[in-house]
Design a protein around this ligand. Structure first.
Ligand code: PMP
Length: 307
């Protein structure tokens, strides 16, 4: 279990975590009507605490709220206010090392019925320490019988709390079957993503990843890795629909995400991926990704900001 820090942010205040409560009658609790993001804060050189792509995380929060129609959040918040709230929370908790921060926009209106527009919202944030959700030395995954929610049902592009029941179903099924995680397919059988990470495959020197119309979350690490692969590792990246049998033929498969980092996938559905060991591309990216979060990759220093 992850360790949570003692002070949390809720409705413009920093309070002890025991006081960070939502009403049982709120739409957030009744319908899972909240959107969220998680970003890492890492200890950089000269003891500076650095948030990774904070502006992009804030934009995705705004976009997620917009997709599901939580329209009051965008009216009340801007990046400057959000950044200040993050800084205040980090300082109040006397953070000294690497942590994650989860920021959620909740529909706090009570007994509002099944609607979203014009509802009161509140931002909550808490800080925690956590182990990566996938093994850096290689994970074993299964293709899930549960299909990814489609853009026409609950869009994966929006990070909606209630939609994570889909991930929980598939991940628990994978754990029950002795695997570390699952790979979701869409209703046509194309590859989407893992329970909480994006996926890449390498075939004959070319990298492929499902395009943003493949019912995926538009991962901030996915976007970062695409740039690193093209600019720093000089590799072609093709974003397109991927058939699930391509997973079985891949020379390498790996996942990306805030809580997954760069995670080699070494085994899928009883088959080893290539020789069953982490691949060369994933290993190169693992090294770059660690440096990226502390602003130590030349050309990408602007992706971190002090908090
Ligand atoms: N897909 C899903 C379903 C996720 O929950 C996550 C984790 N946020 C990702 C992909 C990876 O996104 P990011 O790189 O922004 O963490």
């Amino acid at each position: 279990m992850a360790k949570m820090y003692g002070k949390v942010y809720l409705k413009d205040c920093i309070v002890p975590s025991s006081e960070g409560m939502l009403s049982i009658a709120s739409s957030a609790v009744l319908y899972g009507l909240s959107v969220y993001t998680v970003f890492p804060v890492s200890l950089g050189s000269s003891n500076k605490l650095l948030a990774f792509r904070l502006g992009d995380h804030f934009s995705r929060l705004i976009d997620s709220a917009k997709i599901i129609g939580l329209d009051t959040f965008e009216k009340e918040w801007n990046y400057g206010l959000f950044e200040k709230a993050v800084k205040d929370l980090v300082s109040e908790n006397s953070v000294k090392g690497d942590v994650y921060i989860r920021a959620t926009v909740h529909a706090t209106a009570q007994i509002a019925g099944t609607r979203s527009r014009g509802l009161d919202t509140a931002l909550s944030m808490f800080i925690y320490d956590a182990e990566p959700i996938l093994k850096p030395a290689g994970s074993r995954v299964k293709i899930s019988a549960w299909r990814r929610t489609s853009d026409m049902a609950i869009p994966s592009r929006a990070k909606v709390n209630g939609a994570y029941v889909n991930s929980v179903l598939a991940k628990q099924d994978a754990l029950d079957s002795g695997y570390d995680d699952c790979i979701f397919l869409d209703s046509l059988g194309h590859v989407c993503e893992l329970s909480a990470a994006n996926i890449f495959i390498v075939r004959k020197g070319v990298i492929y990843t499902p395009d943003t119309s493949s019912d995926i979350l538009e991962g901030i690490n996915r976007r970062s890795v695409i740039e690193l692969l093209k600019n720093n590792l000089n590799m072609d990246v093709v974003e397109r629909a991927i058939d699930f049998t391509e997973l079985y033929l891949a020379d390498e498969v790996f996942a990306t995400g805030t809580s997954a980092n760069i995670a080699p996938i070494v085994h899928i559905d009883g088959r080893d991926v290539a020789d069953g060991k982490p691949g060369k591309v994933a290993k190169q990216l693992q090294r770059l990704h660690i440096d990226l979060r502390i602003g130590a990759v030349k050309g990408y220093e602007g992706w971190v900001s002090e908090v």
